[in-house]
Design a protein around this ligand. Structure first.
Ligand SMILES: NC(=O)c1ccc[n+]([C@@H]2O[C@H](COP(=O)([O-])OP(=O)(O)OC[C@H]3O[C@@H](n4cnc5c(N)ncnc54)[C@H](OP(=O)(O)O)[C@@H]3O)[C@@H](O)[C@H]2O)c1
Length: 263
C-alpha cells in the first residue's frame, strides 16, 4: 500500500532521458526521499548517478524496477508507455506520477484514477512540472470570474507547438470562469519557457508571469510531487494540488516545504 512514512521511496522510469535523468538525480540527492530504483533500457546495469555515494544500478525494464519495494513511481518515458507502466505500479499499490502526457489519453487517465481509488492511493497526471506554472493556474482558477478579460501569451523555443497545451488548458479554466480570453505565442531561440497572464481592467491591470529557465525547474516540481503524493487518493490533474494540504495527514508525517525560487 501507499506508505506515508519517511523516507519516501521512489522509482523513476526514463532515467536516461532529458527530463527523467534530471528528476532521478534530484530524487537521489533529496533529503527525505530515496531513489530505490530507476529504469534506463539503453543503459541497463550502469551505475546511477555514476560514481555518487549510494548509487543504484539502472534496471532494463519497468517490471524489474517495480519488484523493488517503493512508495511512489514516476514515469518520464513516453505517453503510451507511461499508461502501461502506471497501471502496473498502481496494481502494486504505489502512488504514481505521470509526466509524459498526452491529452488524447484522457480516457486512460480516468481509468488509472479509478484504479488508484480502488487501491487507496493517487495517480497524478502532470503535463507541466513547473511549480510557478501550477501557481499561475491556481490564480486563473481563483480570479477568472472577477476579471472580464484575460490575455495569455506563451514564449518558448522556435519549433515548439503554438500555443502550448498548458496555455490552452489555462485558457479553458479562465473561460469556464466567465472571462473572455485571447491567446498568442512567441517563439525564439531562447531556451526559456514562459507564460504570461494579463488581466486588464479600465484603469489598472494584473499581470502574472511564470518563467522556467532550466530542466531543474521540472525536476524540483517532480520532487515536490513525490514528497506530497503519499496520502492522496484518485486522479490528480496538473500540479496545483501540491499547494493543498493532504486531508487526514497523520501527525508526524512530512511537513510541506515552502516553494522556493528555481535554482
Ligand atoms: N511534465 C513535464 O513538465 C514535462 C517536461 C518535459 C518533457 N515532458 C515529457 O516527458 C517525456 C520525456 O521527455 P524527454 O525530453 O526526457 O524525452 P527523452 O530525452 O527522449 O527521454 C525519454 C526516455 O524514456 C525512455 N523511453 C522511451 N520510450 C520508452 C518506452 N516505450 N518504455 C520505456 N522507456 C522508454 C528512453 O530511455 P531508454 O530507451 O534508455 O529506456 C528515453 O531516454 C516526453 O513525453 C515529454 O513530452 C514532460
Amino acid at each position: 500500500m501507499c506508505s506515508e512514512t519517511m523516507p519516501v521511496r521512489a522509482i523513476v522510469a526514463g532515467a536516461t532521458g532529458w527530463l527523467g535523468s534530471a528528476i532521478a538525480e534530484r530524487v537521489h540527492g533529496a533529503s527525505g526521499l530515496e531513489l530505490v530504483a530507476a529504469v534506463g533500457r539503453s543503459r541497463a546495469g550502469y551505475e546511477f548517478p555514476a560514481g555518487a555515494p549510494g548509487a543504484i544500478r539502472l534496471a532494463g525494464a519497468t517490471e524489474a524496477a517495480l519488484a523493488v519495494p517503493a512508495d511512489v513511481f514516476l514515469d518520464a518515458t513516453q505517453p503510451a508507455a507511461a499508461v502501461v507502466h502506471a497501471k502496473a505500479a498502481l496494481e502494486r499499490g504505489l502512488a504514481v506520477i505521470v509526466t509524459a502526457t498526452d491529452q488524447r489519453l484522457r480516457g486512460e487517465y480516468e481509468r488509472l484514477g479509478a484504479l488508484a481509488l480502488e487501491r487507496g492511493c493517487a495517480v497524478a497526471v502532470i503535463p507541466n512540472l513547473a511549480r510557478t506554472l501550477a501557481a499561475l493556474e491556481m490564480c486563473a482558477r481563483a480570479l477568472g470570474r472577477h476579471f472580464p478579460q484575460a490575455v495569455l501569451t506563451d514564449h518558448a523555443q522556435a519549433g515548439v507547438r503554438e500555443p502550448l497545451n498548458t496555455t490552452l488548458a489555462i485558457a479553458d479554466i479562465l473561460r469556464a470562469e466567465g472571462a473572455g480570453v485571447t491567446v498568442s505565442s512567441v517563439r525564439s531561440q531562447t531556451p526559456v519557457s514562459q507564460l504570461r497572464l494579463r488581466m486588464p481592467m479600465p484603469h489598472e491591470e494584473l499581470e502574472i508571469r511564470h518563467t522556467a529557465t532550466a530542466v531543474l525547474a521540472y525536476a524540483d516540481g517532480a520532487v515536490a510531487a513525490i514528497e506530497r503524493i503519499p496520502g492522496r487518493r484518485g486522479l490528480l490533474n496538473g500540479l496545483s494540488w501540491i499547494f493543498e494540504p493532504t486531508s487526514g495527514t497523520p501527525p508526524g508525517s512530512r511537513r510541506e516545504a515552502p516553494v522556493g525560487p528555481p535554482p
